[in-house]
Design a protein around this ligand. Structure first.
Ligand code: GTP
Length: 380
């Protein structure tokens, strides 16, 4: 059940037993309260004076004036106060009475009446009521007894008002804490998301160089520990620049995304596919030897050519046996160099037009060895 559907009494768990207990600890007996209710006609006769004097004194306080704000509110407050004073001398002092006192606490908290102002107001009211009793009751000891009962009842009311005050404050703290916890959870999720983004390539969704370096480092350590084998396949689309130049950058992007898809389709689920940069891709194959990796790389080359019959893709493989230590950079470099040699073979004159041969030749002359091929897309 939502708290909005409960009475204040229910929200505050104040039962009839609790009400009686509160009277008992204040030593407020049923007889006392019955006697107090007998003063109702007297108070009723003086109610206008009481309310008038009460607000005359209240409005001498700047903070109170600021809270009241305007004459209509003052009028409403006068009539509420009138009812309250009459209730004090009416009884029965039961659940309804308590619920009204709790509501007063809630309203005071809502409009921002500080406890010190509320207590001062109760003091003022008590002084006025005591004076009325002094002026209208004859026997001094009887007057004293009524004052004592009234004093206890006002304390009874004050504790109820403060209970709602405190409960409302606790609820506010609870809500603020829940919001803060939710905010912290969102922040944590966002941080995780950002960390994941930082390792992913935006175009293909594969690991980027940073993700690749971290993943490969992890796999190298695992391979050393298990004394197993690990392979890296390096892939580079042949003459990718021409795809961009001839068909547009958009087509180039489409091919890159397609390569990511077919790498994903060709590899095992445990293999890790990465975009090393530009048109270069790298797959990390845990628990795989060179023979297996060569088969996989052939499968990738075939899949690419059957998807794009006019284009080709070169691959190179490097194996780490787990016997001696290596680094992510060394392993990727070895696979890249192997890929480069394969690409050079593929680019033999028979498969290229003469203009390309000339370009390739001049490129090769200036940088003839496969070892000299240094990709900038490699982890250290
Ligand atoms: N469409 C597209 N092109 C890119 C992207 N990143 C890099 N490139 C282009 O990829 C091309 C790579 O060219 P090169 O490094 O000469 O490679 P290549 O043309 O494949 O030549 P070889 O590797 O020798 O076969 C360059 O033209 C880059 O501008 C990208 O995200 N999208």
């Amino acid at each position: 059940m939502r708290s909005i559907d409960k009475t204040l009494l229910e929200q505050m768990h104040i039962s009839d037993v609790e009400i009686e207990r509160r009277k008992e600890i204040l030593r407020l007996s049923d007889d006392d309260l019955t006697d107090l209710a007998n003063l109702h006609p007297l108070i009723n006769r003086h109610i206008d004076t009481i309310v008038e004097e009460f607000y005359a004194r209240q409005t001498e306080i700047d903070e109170i004036n600021l809270l009241i704000g305007d004459s209509e509110t003052l009028q409403r407050l006068r009539s509420a106060q009138r009812q309250y004073v009459l209730d004090i001398f009416a009884g029965p002092y039961d659940a309804d009475y308590v619920n009204s006192r709790l509501r007063i606490g809630l309203v005071h908290k809502r409009i921002g009446v500080e406890p010190k102002l509320f207590l001062a107001a109760m003091c003022t009211l008590k002084e006025i009521l005591f004076r009325i009793l002094d002026e209208n009751l004859d026997a001094a000891d009887e007057t004293q007894r009524f004052k004592s009962i009234l004093d206890k009842l006002l304390h009874f009311d004050i504790t109820l008002v403060f209970d709602t005050y405190i409960d409302t404050l606790l609820n506010e703290v609870h809500i603020a804490r829940s919001r803060m916890e939710q905010y912290a959870r969102n922040l944590e999720e966002k941080t995780k998301e950002l960390a994941a983004y930082a390792e992913k390539d935006a175009l293909t969704g594969l690991y980027n160089q940073r993700g690749m370096a971290a993943a490969l480092h992890r796999e190298i350590l695992l391979t050393e520990r298990r004394q197993s084998r690990l392979c890296v396949i390096y892939c580079d689309i042949d003459d990718f620049k021409k795809i961009n130049d001839n068909y547009g950058h958009h087509k180039g992007d489409e091919v890159l995304v397609a390569v990511a898809g077919l790498l994903h389709d060709c590899m095992r689920q445990s293999d890790i596919c990465c975009r090393a940069g530009g048109d270069e891709f790298c797959c990390i194959l845990p628990d795989c030897d060179e023979r297996g990796a060569r088969m996989m790389s052939q499968r990738v080359e075939n899949a690419f050519t059957s998807r794009y019959p006019d284009f080709s893709l070169s691959t190179g493989v490097a194996e780490f046996s787990g016997q001696h230590s290596t680094t992510a950079g060394e392993l990727v470099r070895a696979a890249d160099e192997m890929m480069y040699r394969n690409k050079q073979q593929r680019k033999q004159p028979s498969s290229l037009d003469q203009a390309d041969v000339d370009t390739a030749a001049s490129d090769t002359n200036s940088d003839t060895s496969a070892e000299a091929h240094q990709s900038s897309n490699q982890p250290d």
